[in-house]
Design a protein around this ligand. Structure first.
Ligand SMILES: [Zn+2]
Length: 252
């Protein structure tokens, strides 16, 4: 009981010590628009030590994935260069497909429709890798064998980066003026599924790597597409240009 009384007494003294009665405001010394004093009277006395330099913001991890479709090799062919440029790169996601110039997995399934399931070893392997390397931003490099112009499919409806990438590159590369993917119609090279459309995609559970990254890590995730009919050097240059432009925009 005595101990309890002592604690109450000690607390009361502390409250008095920290109450406004000792602040300059109560002595009429505080300018009218000064911030409230709060517990300023209890704060440590200011010293003359210089303010510490603010820590630089941690670098964002920009992840690039390649070779999801084995017959779309340009991203895989530049992944060494991308790693040297500071990207966190993973590929080929479909090694058998790359080796055999085949869109599909060895079992005939399309890896980029397998990320809502758990029975596809290649998709599980990519998911495991992403867990070790959680992306702040992701680019998944593809080619469209039937495409007539380049385009981007952006998961992350509130982000303007897809449009900014296209604006920066549209003088060098032809973008599809009216790209279409499943139920999504885009314009000027950009497909940007809205949140309701993304939710419908989730119901079907047939979504791809970029959707999975967005839904799991909350990062903007872009599928990068260019016509498979472009010469290989142009496809490789385009993949590099999209990645480096995105990096510049994110880091500036
Ligand atoms: Zn593809």
């Amino acid at each position: 009981m005595k101990a309890a009384l002592f604690v109450v007494l000690a607390l009361s003294l502390l409250v008095v010590a920290c109450s406004g009665s000792r602040t300059p405001a109560d002595r009429g010394e505080m300018p009218e628009n000064a911030p409230p004093a709060n517990n300023a009277a209890c704060a440590p006395a200011p010293t003359n030590e210089p303010e510490p330099e603010p820590e630089p913001a941690p670098k964002k991890r920009i992840v690039v994935t390649t070779g999801v479709h084995g017959n779309e090799p340009s991203g895989y062919l530049v992944q060494g260069q991308l790693a040297e440029l500071g990207f966190t790169v993973h590929g080929p996601c479909n090694p058998w497909g790359i080796e055999n110039n085949n869109r599909h997995l060895e079992d005939g399934r399309d890896l980029n429709r397998m990320f809502g399931r758990t029975d596809c070893p290649e998709a599980e392997s990519v998911k495991e890798w992403l867990k070790e390397n959680p992306p702040d931003f992701l680019l998944d490099l593809h080619e469209d064998p039937d495409g007539t112009g380049a385009y981007l499919i952006q998961h992350g409806p509130d982000d303007e980066i897809g449009r900014k990438i296209i604006d920066a590159l549209k003088d060098q590369y032809d973008f599809d003026p009216a790209p279409k993917f499943l139920m999504v119609q885009g314009e000027d090279g950009l497909l940007k599924p809205t949140l309701p459309v993304l939710r419908v995609m989730a119901l079907g559970k047939i979504y791809g790597l970029a959707y999975y990254a967005w839904a799991t890590y909350g990062c903007t995730a872009i599928v990068v597409e260019c016509p498979g009919s472009w010469p290989e050097e142009k496809r490789k240059a385009y993949q590099l240009a999209v990645c480096t432009t995105a990096k510049r925009l994110i880091e500036e």
